[in-house]
Design a protein around this ligand. Structure first.
Ligand SMILES: [Zn+2]
Length: 121
């Protein structure tokens, strides 16, 4: 069993004004899932994309505008989002504070070096 404090996990730049932490992944011996945390500055965003694996997202802090092929939706702290495979998605920090969300993906959605293949989250 492994316990970590997320403040001790290194961040890497991601997207437009975003930082990503791979909290639990292949480097920890996880065989199936990867847990990532994203911090996004106001006005910043994750990439606008789709891919052939799902996301399970939980908004931990702040608010975001969730963009997809449907209407934009406002999501706030405590909202969980299931994004099926191949569905377009982007989270834009539309608030005044840092947006923090957790995003879990299958292992193939994140390579073992911790660097996302193009299109991950
Ligand atoms: Zn994605």
């Amino acid at each position: 069993m492994i316990l970590k404090r997320i403040e001790n996990v290194l961040s890497q730049p991601y997207g437009q004004g975003a930082q990503k932490k791979v909290v639990i992944g292949a480097a920890d011996g996880a065989p199936t899932f990867v847990m990532r945390i994203f911090d996004v500055i106001p006005g910043g965003a994750s990439s606008d994309h789709s891919h052939d694996f799902e996301h399970e997202v939980l908004i931990l802090k702040g608010q975001a505008t969730l963009k997809s092929d449907g209407p934009d939706r406002l999501v706030t702290e405590g909202t969980a989002i299931f994004i099926p495979a191949n569905e377009r998605h982007q989270l834009v920090n539309s608030g005044k504070d840092t947006l923090r969300f957790m995003c879990c993906v299958p292992l193939r959605g994140e390579d073992s070096s911790g660097v996302a293949p193009s299109g991950s989250c």
